[in-house]
Design a protein around this ligand. Structure first.
Ligand code: HEM
Length: 171
């Protein structure tokens, strides 16, 4: 949060809100949002799809008509690829030269022809909301209600456990 706030202060300042034009310069903020999408994306599974024909995938036979859901969570949490998937580490999306590192293994909106129709809109709105909140407030947890479990609650979507935060105005 502090690193994002430093970045927002220097790139955006405090007299206007962040805009999409700032995004390429807000590398740490972008990397943090990407890490949120990877670490606890709100859609761990895709919507159900149906195999149109008999298919063989990674040694598994999938019969035509089988309902298939893709496990995005397993892609985001693959220790063989990420090394330390359970560590929240935005730096994994930043190159040595300080630029943003896009990673094809981050697929919070699914992949392919039936991926999320609202992806561009969702990426824009989450970025603008997230960066504006970080610009305006410093968040802290209520020490009386410690968060002991960050796994989230799994319904069809993944939602946060009960939590209480204080938002202190910075501007
Ligand atoms: C952060 C917000 C969002 C996330 C993480 C998200 C994620 C997803 C995922 C994982 C899928 C399933 C893709 C697949 O089956 O392969 C999906 C499908 C879909 N999403 Fe989103 N979504 C978000 C916001 C939105 C918004 C804002 C809209 C509409 C304005 C939207 C509209 C749709 C539609 C219509 C589908 C079905 C696409 C199809 O089956 O062809 N989503 N979304």
């Amino acid at each position: 949060m502090r690193k994002m706030q430093q970045e927002l202060d220097s790139v955006v300042g405090n007299v206007r809100l962040p805009s999409m034009n700032d995004r390429t310069k807000l590398v740490y903020t972008d990397a943090t949002q990407t890490e949120v999408f990877r670490y606890r994306g709100s859609a761990p599974l895709t919507v159900p799809h149906k195999a149109l024909r008999d298919t063989k995938l990674q040694g598994f036979r999938i019969q035509a008509g089988t309902v298939v859901l893709n496990n995005l969570y397993s892609v985001h949490m693959d220790p063989g690829y990420w090394g330390d998937p359970e560590t929240f580490r935005p730096e994994r999306f930043i190159n040595h030269d300080g630029s943003f590192r896009k990673d094809e293994r981050v697929i919070p909106f699914g992949k392919g022809r039936r991926s999320c129709l609202g992806e561009s809109l969702a990426r824009m709105t989450t970025f603008l909301l997230f960066s504006s909140l970080m610009q305006h407030f410093t968040f802290s947890l209520d020490p009386a209600i410690p968060v002991t479990n960050t796994d989230g609650k799994m319904g069809f979507t993944l939602s946060p456990p009960e939590f209480k935060v204080f938002a202190q105005a910075r501007l």
